[in-house]
Design a protein. Structure first.
Length: 494
């Protein structure tokens, strides 16, 4: 078993080396420092294009042989998806640091993903071209590394075809929707054991992934029993468990930044840039708005009854799983709300899956991970999936798979204390709902007596080009009834 693991690890490592040579960085040799830095692409040597899988990703890389003691200049190469610039989020090295192959050099973030740039050489960092938070341009130098004797890794015989599978795995390892915090050694350990960091929940500060997290993850996969960690006693609990209680999320302790004296202008970066883009696109959609109130008194009682039992299974049960499931049941009756419209407004695509996006307030800002195929899930399974997404969101580890593919969205502004909202559609979806906080308010019962009721506002927005007000209202009525009388959902659960 151990031999097998070592063997597969070695193969995986070899594949990674090949991938790195092809993908991460455009390397240009600079022999000596200032004098030769003006020698540009003339030193580059184009490698023959590899077949199938490599061409599929359409990246032509140029490399030059790195000789012992030579200074290689890494240029930020094409990282795909039409990205032309990135923000340098964090340096893992400084000038003068020794690095080895696979060591993380820095984390860069585009408006679509975070990418860890990793060294292909053993050597010493001689120059960083940017400071943290600077914008780095694709095709421009990122760092200089003075390579160590014997670290010439660009011999042509090493360049062999790499299967598409391995490349996808590697991409998943490195590109995520959010920043993963881990030291280079931990990243290397994960890579060597073919573990996707995006699947590991970090137990360190701010969700940082520790060596023990990787070992525990491995142990779970292999059934091995690990010796107790010497740090176990002082370890902080994983962020997933740090759920505010009772109800509603607490406000931040202090403002993160204080602007006094003079105004500050700065570029919009990273995920905020993505939000600016998608919300600008949303403006072109004529929004239809509809609001209603739901009496959740029975749901409040039902959740209270189920909560402890569900907690015993390690799952936190909030109201959201009920809202999400009710949405899916209603979407089965109103498929036009689980659809998308093409750019020329010529065709509607009705989506088979109910992938409900949940607006999430994370340390990095608003993100919308999706609970996939809700039509196939029980309320407990929805809760489990939401817990997983929340844990990843808190740890800053949501991946692109979790952040894409939504067909309808829900936003719980009530968990922060909001009462009403005017939600904005997330294109290419055609509708979104926002729920406010559950409030205890006086209401009349059937006999006209004033009773204590748990009331929540819900606001819907729909694309008025294909959804009319009557449809939205019928959908809302059905949703309201499911949640007013949650037992009625039982009749529709498969
Ligand atoms: N009314 C009253 N209580 C609420 C509530 C509401 N609308 N929503 C949540 N709560 C309660 C929960 O029931 C839970 O109570 P307990 O501790 O007693 O179980 C507590 O608040 C914490 O819930 P939660 O926020 O951890 O979990 P959730 O499933 O209700 O919500 C999520 C998950 C991801 C939607 C939420 O955490 C979040 O990020 N909300 C903000 C969404 C946002 O930013 N919207 C704006 C988008 S547009 O910019």
């Amino acid at each position: 078993m151990a031999a097998m693991t070592r063997g597969s690890s070695a193969v995986f490592r070899r594949l990674l080396i090949q991938q790195y040579r092809r993908r991460c960085l455009r390397v240009q040799e600079v022999r000596g420092h200032a004098a030769l830095r003006s020698l540009p692409a003339t030193l580059d040597r184009k490698l023959p294009t590899c077949g199938g899988s490599f061409r599929m990703f359409g990246r032509a890389l140029h490399m030059s042989a790195a000789r012992s003691g030579a200074v290689v200049q890494f240029k930020l190469s094409d990282i795909g998806e039409g990205i032309t610039e990135v923000t340098v989020k964090e340096w893992y090295v400084k000038e003068g640091d020794k690095v080895s192959q696979f060591d993380s050099i820095c984390e860069v973030q585009s408006d679509k993903a975070s990418v860890t740039i990793t060294s292909r050489y053993d050597g010493v960092i001689t120059k960083l071209y940017y400071r943290a938070d600077d914008v780095a341009l694709v095709g421009k130098p990122l760092v200089d590394i003075e390579t160590e004797s014997g670290s010439d890794v660009t011999q042509e015989e090493d360049v062999v075809e790499t299967p598409a599978m391995a490349r996808e795995e590697h991409t998943h390892q490195e590109i995520k929707g959010l920043k993963i915090q881990a030291t280079p050694a931990v990243r290397r350990l994960a890579m060597e054991n073919n573990i996707k960091l995006s699947e590991v929940v970090g137990s360190g500060r701010d969700g940082r992934i520790l060596k023990e997290d990787i070992l525990n993850f491995l142990a779970k996969q292999t059934g091995a029993i690990l010796p107790p960690s010497p740090f176990q006693e002082i370890r902080t609990p994983p962020p997933a468990l740090a759920v505010p209680s009772p109800a509603l999320r607490p406000p931040p302790a202090a403002p993160q930044r204080v602007f006094a004296g003079k105004d500050v202008t700065e570029p919009i970066k990273g995920f905020h840039k993505a939000m600016a883009k998608s919300m600008t696109a949303a403006l072109s959609i004529p929004h239809l708005g509809l609001c209603d109130q739901v009496d959740l008194s029975r749901l409040v009682a039902l959740r209270a009854e189920l909560k402890a039992d569900v907690q015993c299974r390690g799952v936190k049960l909030s109201y959201m799983p009920f809202f999400i499931k009710a949405t899916s049941l209603c979407l089965s009756h109103f498929p036009i709300l689980n659809a998308s419209l093409d750019e020329g407004c010529q065709n509607i695509t009705y989506k088979a899956s109910h992938n409900i996006g949940v607006a999430m307030d994370t340390g990095l800002g608003l993100l919308v991970p999706t609970v996939k195929n809700v039509q196939l899930l029980s309320i407990l399974e929805v809760a489990q999936e939401l817990n997983r997404l929340q844990a990843l969101g808190t740890a800053g580890q949501l991946g692109t798979a979790d952040l894409s593919g939504g067909t309808f969205s829900l936003s719980n502004i009530g968990s922060i204390g909001g009462t009403y909202a005017k939600p904005v559609i997330l294109p290419p979806e055609v509708a979104i709902g926002a729920v406010g906080k559950v409030q205890v308010l006086p209401r009349f019962d059937a006999s006209g007596h004033v009773i204590r009721a748990h009331v929540m506002n819900v606001s819907w927005s729909a694309d008025h080009r294909i959804v009319d007000g009557a449809t939205m209202c019928r959908f809302s009525n059905m949703w309201r009834e499911f949640l007013h009388n949650p037992a009625s959902m039982l009749l529709h659960l498969k």
